[in-house]
Design a protein around this ligand. Structure first.
Ligand code: B16
Ligand code: MG
Length: 218
């Protein structure tokens, strides 16, 4: 029986991916790395340093920088990103999400956040959703990022639930892989081809209701 929900943030609660993409693209182009859709999609759900490595690799530049230089490049991207997210308001919550969270609370489901983003608490604050997420997995404590299951295993732990009692919600392929590996039920939101491994699929956030989930699990 399902007792808790573990949520990804970017692409599920709100669309920060636009801001991540803009900031990474700016850095990539400055470094002379060609921006492609494949690169853009591959970065979703991936940690900050892993994202930088992916970008450098796409331009065959992974050996051109020292570790300190790489940290400086990631910090430069993050500064631009943080500046951008300070413009976010509750209007940036994706369709249906606020109602879904209220419904979960009203029905006694436990809620946790499993975002790879170190800026997760800032984003929740901008959206005025902090109170809905008493449990947040700290990505700084992870030994491996998504697609490794660790973040979703820790999400279930934070709720004192067995992973089989949890549903994980994701927009990225790496995230679905992490949920499935953690032995939780996965909901994928977005492109059906990218999310073919999800147990339950919705085209967009407004389709995610308790009734539709119950239907999909019946
Ligand atoms: P930060 P999620 C992920 O968040 C983003 O999808 C990914 O694009 C980003 O690089 C990562 O967080 C790290 O974010 O640089 O803010 O720590 O989808 O797991 O909520
Ligand atoms: Mg995401």
């Amino acid at each position: 029986q399902i007792k808790g929900f573990v949520f990804d943030l970017d692409g599920v609660i709100t669309d920060t991916s636009l801001y991540h993409t803009k900031a990474w693209r700016q850095l990539a182009e400055k470094l002379g790395v060609t921006w492609t859709k494949t690169l853009e999609d591959g970065l979703k759900g991936i940690s900050r340093m892993d994202s930088l490595e992916m970008i450098l690799k796409a331009g065959n530049k992974e050996n051109d920088y020292t570790q300190d230089e790489k940290v400086a490049l990631a910090t430069e991207k993050n500064t631009n990103y943080v500046n951008a997210i300070h413009q976010m308001t509750p209007a940036n919550i994706l369709p249906g999400i606020k109602a879904f969270l209220d419904d979960l609370r009203a029905n006694g489901y436990l809620i946790a956040l499993a975002s790879a983003s170190k800026n997760g608490p800032t984003v929740l604050k901008q959206l005025e959703l902090t109170d809905y997420f008493p449990k947040i997995v700290d990505p700084a404590t992870l030994s491996k990022g998504k697609p490794d299951p660790e973040i979703y295993v820790k999400g279930a732990e934070a709720l004192d639930l067995d992973p089989t009692q949890c549903i994980g919600v994701e927009d990225a392929a790496a995230g679905i892989q992490a949920i499935n590996g953690a032995n939780e039920t996965s909901i994928g939101i977005g492109d059906p081809d990218t999310l073919s491994a999800a147990d339950i699929h919705f085209n967009d956030t407004s389709e995610m209701t308790l009734a539709n989930i119950a239907k999909a699990m019946a």
